[in-house]
Design a protein around this ligand. Structure first.
Ligand code: SF4
Length: 368
C-alpha cells in the first residue's frame, strides 16, 4: 500500500472535476438542492442500481412530496411504495426519520452530527446528503468509492479492514471548494469507469496518479473480503383457504428481515421433515389452527444477501380453530383480488401472480 503523493492532490482534483463536467451522469436527484429529495435518493441507492431507483424515486416524490407528507403517511403505504426495492429496513427507517425530523422543526438538519442521529443515516449517507444539498466539504465512502480509493492507493487488505485509511483518503482528496461536484464525480467514476470488473483505466482521469494502474494490479484489487458460505433454507409456505374462498395472510413483526410486510405463513423445513409436515407444524405454531395440506402451487427460489431460500408453496384448507397472530403482528382473511393492496416481499408477489392464474387456483369445493 502506498501513501497518496501530496503533489498530485491538486492535479487529481482538477482532472476528476473536469472529467465530471464532460462525462458525469444526468440523474434526477442532481437537478435539485432539496435535502429531502436527495436523502430519498441516497437511501434508495444504498443497495440498488441507478436504473432501478429512478422510477421508484419519481413515484416516491409524487406520493410523498415532503418530509411532512412522509411522516404523516401510514407505514403500510410506505412499504407498498417501496415494494420490489428490497432491504425494507431502509423504508421503515426513512419513515421513522421523517417523523424524527418533524419533532425537531421539520427541516432536514444541516450538520453532520444531527443528520447522523436520524434513523438509517450513517456517515457516508449524511456526507452524501449534506455535500449535495448544501455543498458542505464532507467526504463519502460508499461501495463505489471504497473500490476506487482501494485501487488508487493499492490497498493491500480488504476495504472493510482499512476503513480509517479510506475515510482519510476520501477527506484528503475532497475538493474544498466544490465538494458537491467532487463527491458526485467520484461516485460516477466508480460506477462508469472504475467498475468492479475490468476497470477502463485508459479512459480514467486518475490513471496518472493511480498505483493499481501503474503496477497493473487494477484487476486484482480491491482485495476480496472473506465471505462465509451462503446458507440455503428450504421453506414450507401455506396458501390457506377458508369456505368463503378467502386466503389467510399475516404481517411480519417490525423487527428483523422484511419487518412490517405481509406474507403467506410458513417456516423452515426441519431435518427429516416433509414439506407437508413442516407446513402443518408451522401453521399450528404461528396461527394456532388445524389445516389440511393440499396440492403444490409453486416453487420459488430467491436470493437474499446472506442466504438463499426455496419457497415450497402448497394450497391448504382451514379445518378448525380461530387463527391467532402468535408470531406476527396481525392476520387477515382476504380475497385473491385484494392481495394487490398489501405490501409483500418480492418472493411472495410471485405467489400472488400464480394465484391470479385461474388454472392454479383450487376447485370451488376444496383446495386439493
Ligand atoms: S486508473 Fe484504473 S484502477 Fe485506477 S482509478 Fe482509474 S479506472 Fe480505477
Amino acid at each position: 500500500m502506498q501513501i497518496f503523493d501530496p503533489q498530485l492532490l491538486i492535479p487529481a482534483r482538477t482532472a476528476l472535476l473536469s472529467w465530471y463536467a464532460q462525462q458525469g451522469r444526468d440523474l434526477p436527484w442532481r437537478k435539485t438542492r432539496d435535502p429531502y429529495a436527495i436523502w430519498v435518493s441516497e437511501i434508495m441507492l444504498q443497495q440498488t442500481q441507478v436504473k432501478t431507483v429512478i422510477p421508484y424515486y419519481e413515484r416516491w416524490l409524487a406520493q410523498f412530496p415532503s418530509i411532512a407528507a412522509l411522516a404523516a403517511a401510514d407505514q403500510q403505504q410506505v412499504l407498498k411504495a417501496w415494494q420490489g426495492l428490497g432491504y425494507y429496513a431502509r423504508a421503515r427507517n426513512l419513515h421513522r426519520a421523517a417523523q424524527q425530523v418533524m419533532q425537531i422543526g421539520g427541516q432536514f438538519p444541516a450538520d453532520l452530527k444531527s443528520a447522523m442521529a436520524l434513523a438509517g443515516i450513517g456517515r457516508t449517507t449524511a456526507g452524501g446528503i449534506l455535500s449535495a444539498a448544501f455543498n458542505q466539504p464532507l467526504p463519502i465512502l460508499d461501495g463505489n468509492v471504497k473500490r476506487v480509493l482501494s485501487r488508487l492507493m493499492a490497498l493491500d487488505k480488504p476495504p472493510s479492514k482499512a476503513l480509517p485509511q479510506l475515510w482519510q483518503l476520501s477527506q484528503t482528496l475532497l475538493d474544498p471548494v466544490q465538494p458537491r461536484d467532487f463527491n458526485q464525480a467520484i461516485m460516477d467514476l466508480g460506477a462508469t469507469v472504475c467498475k468492479p470488473k475490468q476497470p477502463a483505466c485508459l479512459l480514467c482521469p486518475w490513471n496518472f496518479c493511480c498505483i493499481a494502474h501503474q503496477t497493473q494490479m487494477q484487476n486484482n484489487l480491491p482485495v476480496s473480503e472473506t465471505r462465509a458460505p451462503v446458507p440455503h433454507k428450504q421453506i414450507g409456505v401455506a396458501v390457506i383457504w377458508n369456505d368463503q374462498r378467502q386466503i389467510l395472510i399475516d404481517r411480519r413483526r417490525q423487527e428483523g428481515l422484511l419487518g412490517g410486510l405481509w406474507e403467506f405463513p410458513g417456516g423452515k423445513i426441519e431435518p427429516n421433515e416433509t414439506v407437508e409436515q413442516c407446513i402443518q407444524r408451522e401453521i399450528k405454531e404461528e396461527l394456532g389452527i388445524e389445516i389440511e395440506v393440499g396440492e403444490h402451487l409453486i416453487t420459488i427460489n430467491h436470493a437474499y444477501t446472506h442466504f438463499h431460500v426455496t419457497l415450497n408453496v402448497h394450497h391448504c384448507r382451514h379445518l378448525s380453530g380461530n387463527p391467532q397472530p402468535l408470531e406476527s403482528d396481525e392476520i387477515r382473511w382476504v380475497e385473491v383480488n385484494q392481495l394487490e393492496q398489501f405490501a409483500f416481499p418480492v418472493a411472495n408477489v410471485k405467489i400472488i401472480q400464480a394465484l391470479s392464474q385461474p388454472a392454479l387456483q383450487p376447485p370451488e369445493s376444496a383446495p386439493n
